[in-house]
Design a protein around this ligand. Sequence first.
Ligand code: PAF
Length: 283
Amino acid sequence: MQLVHTAAELRATLAGQDQTAFVPTMGNLHAGHVSLVELARQHGRPVVASIFVNPLQFGAGEDFERYPRTLDADCEKLAAAGCDLVFAPDVAEMYPVPQAFTVQVPDSLAGDLCGVFRPGHFGGVATVVLKLFNLVQPRVAVFGRKDYQQLRVIREMVRQFNLPIDIVGVDTLREADGLAMSSRNGYLSATERQQAPQLQRELATVAAAVRAGERDYGALCADAMRHLKMAGWRVDYVELRDAATLAGPTSDSRRLVVLGAAWLGTTRLIDNVDFDLPASARP
Ligand code: PAF
């Protein structure tokens, strides 16, 4: 596996490749990322992973500074997973001048769910992903479905900008107790770590109730938020949405997703559970 740090080296290494499969990451990799690389191998070669903690997608007071930078360990994991090339630029390489041209994500996406609590976040994600796509020029790019709203933003960006890239979403990998794997799990104290799977359990409870025919979606989400708050979480949201559009469910919705974001201490966790809506449970 080769490691490059500059756009020039990346372009030179990838010259002539038209079947590249790409896995963008911010590093501090876990088994979930490894599964993205393994899946990427089934979609194209070479497999390229990027490792870049993107300042544009962090708001003031967020964890940009403390986000773990673990390049050596990450490269070991990527090599073992069958990655061919790692692109690990520094901030000056990605943004040699202040990034004045940016992707404007429509308010319907960027001003909803996580976007309400992280203004500017999805614009920052879309901008760096577009730059990475331009550098790597992949045929396919692989993203985790834990960042469900991010995946929706990227799919829509690719569609509206006519980018010739297939976007593949990969199911969330979970710890044995159900906690979604995330680089941010490392911030949790031992007590918080024990408590953390509750987020997934509450979302799964909402999903099960909806599948069983409960139609008061607002009350179900409010119950989930109440349970989390009672257990000491600071809850940003629990919402039920159409899985394809992320808009509120309509009578046409066939697949739904319950999404949640909540804080344990200083750590913000997100998760989601998507499911088919049986005909008997449709509004
Ligand atoms: O999901 C992530 O790790 C990041 O948001 C991404 C897609 C690598 C862009 O910085």
